[in-house]
Design a binder for this molecule. Structure first.
Ligand code: B12
Ligand code: SF4
Length: 514
């Protein structure tokens, strides 16, 4: 076997930054899979260099290293950065592999710039890639395991990659952990709606938690499970049997439907400090918030539930999606404001409706009626752009509402109310930092600028209406600025993509079947 020099790059962000929140939090947002790939490559006898890019490293310097195979893990917002990096490495003789959310959502596009594009990834798939490690150009090889892996290396094995990543976090250090894959629910907008729920091994989970206690005092575990707590009792038993009470803290994403009062009592007893339930909309998505009510009824019911959760869990982020087809007129936005008044302690996270390629079944229906825009990947992070034409709003009205609700949520009275409603120091402080940095004030500025350009910049509205695919200079300048020296390495055509590739691939499959 040839001993390969492997570089693994986890792109936590898409650009250099100096933001305070990014300094505190970006190392805590690292992905699990690049660390796992590192473990598998070392176990296969190769030399691994691991780089987690948080926006503070000098990427040019980090990448100047002799490499036979480069693995990149990227979200779609980092796609252009990933394409440029891949191009550089390919020119220097390396073979490149892309995995992660972008690879799963836009495999056809990514295959133009990488030798391998991996979907579901297990150990044998990685072994296959390493055994071949060949160039596939102009079109890369798209590969996927049949299903999500049944087991994955845990914290103990990943520690050598976790430790240097968390060393970059100055204060709060969150250790990424996974207990399950998939989800039993079928929300049509979600990447996991078609992936069966599957817990990972409970014995390994216990061993990992016990191991972690030997590394950090009172560590914080960040659960990356798409829907934490589906097998609630099993998880709680695993935690209770391996962690003495009061010696570990946890953060998890969970649907409200799983957060009943008895569950909350147990979560509190086991040190759960932060929870991120999805509310999504006042008119839709009943799955996640356990209610069939809509409108003001739903606001009242959900806000009572949120307040109940906050009596047990100190920090709560409530996730909303803006621009869903079920929303019409000013009412959904006004209801959100009412919710913020009724649940003043919750930190609101607003996402703009985004169709990430082939992520979710719902995207097909948007593509069929030509509602998806060719918005550059660089802006597809649920905030910097919305790539689905809203059904019941024109763009200017929609953005005016977005600005209005964001201003309301991050106004000084609301910041003050949140500070008062939260009981403990870190949540109080965290909410203020988030509100005054890029997430709150930053987004007000950004959305206001988009709303202004929709009115005044002649390049904007035609682009948003899909009348032209010529990217407004506002976006091009930002990409150029964010990529810095890597802009020069961006391959030809990498700024555009086929926004209907999912639909086209389905049509192709049907034709082949016939
Ligand atoms: C946990 C999670 C987070 C966590 C952790 C993020 C992280 N760094 O992993 C937090 C809360 C920080 C987060 C943040 C964000 N997230 Co998020 N997140 C998820 C979630 C719920 C689970 C992902 C996960 O870890 N699954 C467990 C892993 C093991 O499974 P997997 O992701 O399916 O990965 C498989 C393959 O893709 C492959 N693979 C994965 N990575 C890699 C890497 C390499 C090198 C290789 C070879 C293979 C490979 O192997 C895995 C096993 O088969 C998904 C939704 C979902 N249900 O999948 C959204 C999701 C990934 N997030 C999403 C988004 C948009 C975001 C944010 C931009 C939101 C925001 N505005 O802040 C940020 C971006 C953060 C960043 N680093 O850029 C989108 C991504 C869409 C896209 N194409 O980019 C998703 C799909 C949700 C959605 N909207 O549909 N997220
Ligand atoms: S409950 Fe959450 S993870 Fe499960 S399908 Fe719905 S959105 Fe996806």
């Amino acid at each position: 076997m040839r001993r390969l020099r492997i570089t693994i790059l986890d792109l936590v962000t898409k650009r250099p930054t100096q933001a305070l929140y990014a300094r505190l939090m970006n190392p805590n947002l690292a992905s699990i899979m690049p660390q796992i790939i590192g473990v598998w490559c070392e176990q296969a006898g190769h030399d691994v260099r691991f780089v987690c890019y948080t926006g503070f490293e000098d990427l040019d310097k980090e990448l100047l290293v002799a490499t036979d195979v480069l693995f990149v893990g990227a979200f779609t917002q980092a796609a252009q950065l990933a394409y440029a990096v891949s191009n550089l490495f390919r020119k220097r003789g390396a073979v490149t592999v892309l995995g992660g959310p972008h690879a799963r959502c836009y495999p056809q596009d990514a295959a133009k710039y990488f030798d391998y594009v991996l979907g579901f990834t297990d150990r044998s798939l990685v072994d296959e890639v390493l055994a071949e490690a060949g160039q596939h150009r102009p079109m890369g090889r798209m590969m996927s395991a049949e299903r999500q892996p049944l087991e994955l290396p845990g914290i103990r094995e990943r520690w050598k990659f976790i430790e240097p990543t968390l060393a970059k976090a100055p204060t709060i250090k969150i250790v990424p952990m996974l207990g399950s894959l998939g989800c039993p629910y079928t929300c049509s907008f979600c990447i996991d709606s078609t992936v069966d729920y599957q817990p990972l091994g409970f014995e390994q989970l216990k061993d990992d938690l016990a191991f972690l206690l030997t590394k950090f005092k009172n560590p914080i575990v960040g659960w990356h499970d798409p829907n934490f707590g589906v097998r609630f009792d099993d998880y709680m038993e695993a935690i209770e049997s391996s962690v003495p009470r009061g010696s570990m803290r946890h953060i998890a994403e969970s649907s409200l439907s799983l957060l009943s009062e008895p569950h909350l009592q147990r979560l509190k007893a086991n040190g759960f400090q932060a929870i991120l339930p999805g509310i999504e909309s006042w008119y839709d998505m009943g799955n996640k918030s356990k209610t069939r009510r809509t409108g003001l009824d739903k606001v009242k019911q959900v806000s009572e539930h949120i307040n109940l959760v906050m009596r047990y869990i100190p920090y709560l982020q409530a996730n909303f999606v803006l621009g869903l087809d079920s929303d019409e007129g000013p009412e959904p936005f006004e209801l959100t404001k009412q919710f913020l008044d009724l649940s003043p302690g919750a930190f609101p996270a607003f996402s703009l409706l985004s169709a990430f390629g082939k992520a979710a079944p719902l995207n097909l229906s948007f593509q069929r009626v030509d509602r998806v825009l060719q918005t550059p990947f660089h802006f597809l992070n649920n905030n910097h752009a919305m790539n689905v034409k809203p059904l019941h709003y024109d763009w200017i009205t929609f953005y005016d509402h977005v600005v209005d609700v964001t201003r309301y949520a991050f106004s000084w009275p609301r910041i003050w109310n949140r500070l008062k409603a939260n009981q403990t120091l870190i949540p109080k402080w965290m909410n203020v930092v988030r509100a005054v940095s890029s997430e709150g004030f930053g987004r007000i500025r950004y959305h206001t600028e988009i709303a202004r350009r929709l009115r005044e910049d002649p390049e904007f509205l035609p682009y948003f209406n899909g009348e032209t695919t010529s990217i407004p200079s506002f976006y091009l300048d930002r990409i150029r600025n964010d990529l810095g020296a890597l802009w020069e390495a961006l391959p030809e055509g990498a700024l555009q993509h086929d926004q209907n590739a999912y639909l086209h691939s389905q049509v192709l499959e049907t034709v082949q079947l016939v």
